[in-house]
Design a binder for this molecule. Structure first.
Ligand code: GDP
Ligand code: MN
Length: 391
């Protein structure tokens, strides 16, 4: 689950990281009021940023500076309702504009291969890290945190120097440790600060001080760990929640949309992955990952079918059920009922083995479903049916 910059910044602040203050506004008037409060603290200008769950808002025109309250209101008006990569902007973040001396990149990611948290840093901040990786990979430094102890002091120090933050090493080391702490405290998959900026702050007496602060924040939380953090559900952005994802969550179905044409309905995550592999081996592309879970009853099967068919690219469906707690006849009844009520009919190949498979087979045959005995056969039939539909 991706969370908005404002919420990500709150999680950083909770771990003691330096983040300049901000407000969230949903209307130009609210943005103006926030800007007035910020100007009252002595800021020369404010930054207004679109709160949408996509990267590259700056390039898309979703990050702008404003020099007074009028300008802030007009700028918010411009950004609100803007379309950024297909998402309508519903709210903006308003903060005192930072006087940025230099931008760095710093992120903690879950490295699945080593099963550790990997820190990635670069002195080429502000731009997309994929771009740096492609054009100047040497500019990226990496380090694995200790699996049990987090980022150790000496690791954090050496990392700060390798990033070229020697002058700010104390702050940089504390921020690096804070990122890893944020990952661990929230079960995040990604905590990304881009830019991490050296900003110049002016005191009332005209003296300046350069500080290292988190100017942007992107956090992705591990969906499977949300149960461990009851407060995190409130961070889900309902403005951007996909209706299909919401239905799947409500029905307790694991569903991930993919780009192919063969819809898959399977029970068990491992079997669902295997089914997708075999679809690919048979020359097809899966349209989704879908695990209806154990003990799925007829109504859940119907919901799963609706989720799959909501994707217009789906031209065939492969149902692969291993009956254990899940009873095959119950799934067959669900399929028959779902097909009866659905608006769009696509070819369906069904393989049901295990508990009550015979009864399931009889029901499906009576209802003229195409069935298969083995998974390979089912995958081949589904791919062939999809091609017939496309032709
Ligand atoms: P993103 O494009 O979605 O990653 O949004 P960011 O918050 O990272 O902003 C994009 C760019 O806008 C940053 O890399 C900065 O160059 C610039 N920017 C963001 N906030 C400020 C600010 O407070 N002051 C100034 N001068 N520039 C900013
Ligand atoms: Mn950014």
């Amino acid at each position: 689950m991706k969370i908005q910059e404002a919420d990500a910044k709150s999680l950083l602040v909770a771990q003691g990281l330096p983040v300049p203050g901000w407000e969230v506004a949903r209307t130009p008037a609210e943005a103006r009021a926030a800007a007035e409060r910020i100007f009252a603290t002595g800021a020369d200008s404010v930054v207004i940023k679109a709160l949408v769950l996509v990267g590259g808002r700056g390039k898309a025109g979703g990050v702008k500076l404003a020099a007074d309250a009028d300008h802030a209101e007009r700028t918010a008006e411009l950004i609100l309702d803007m379309d950024i990569k297909g998402i309508t902007v519903r709210k903006v973040l308003v903060a005192a504009a930072a006087d940025i001396i230099k931008e760095y990149y710093l992120a903690a990611v879950l490295d699945r291969d080593s099963r550790r948290i990997l820190l990635m840093g670069s002195s080429e901040g502000g731009v997309e890290i994929e771009h740096v990786a492609a054009t100047n990979p040497d500019a990226i430094v990496t380090l694995h945190a200790h699996p049990y102890l987090g980022l150790l002091d000496h690791q954090a120090r050496s990392f700060a120097f390798r990033m070229g933050l020697g002058e700010h090493w104390r702050e940089a080391a504390a921020i690096a440790k804070g990122l890893v702490a944020t990952m661990r405290a929230n079960d995040a998959d990604l905590v990304e600060i881009n830019p991490l900026g050296i900003v110049r702050e002016r005191g009332a007496d005209g003296t300046t001080v350069d500080r290292l602060v988190c100017l942007d924040a992107k956090i992705t939380l591990d969906d499977s760990a949300l149960v461990r953090h009851p407060g995190h559900e409130a961070l889900r952005d309902l403005d951007e929640d996909d209706p299909t994802d919401r239905q799947a969550r409500g029905a307790d179905i694991s569903f991930i949309k993919l780009d192919g044409t063969i819809g898959c309905m399977v029970n068990g995550a491992g079997l669902a992955m295997t089914t997708m592999d075999l679809v690919k081996r048979a020359g097809g592309e899966p349209a989704n990952f879908l695990d209806i879970g154990g003990g799925a009853r007829a109504d859940k099967v119907a919901t799963a079918m609706r989720l799959i068919l909501s994707d217009p690219k789906v031209s065939a469906i492969l149902v692969n059920i291993f009956g254990g707690i899940t009873r095959g006849d119950e799934v067959a009844r669900g399929l028959i009922e779902a097909r009866r009520v659905q608006a769009r009919d696509v070819p369906m190949v069904v393989r049901i083995v295990g508990t009550n498979a015979d009864e399931a087979g009889r029901l499906l045959e009576e209802a003229n479903f195409e069935t298969a005995g083995t998974l390979d056969e089912a995958a081949e039939k589904a791919v062939a049916a999809s091609r017939r539909g496309a032709a």
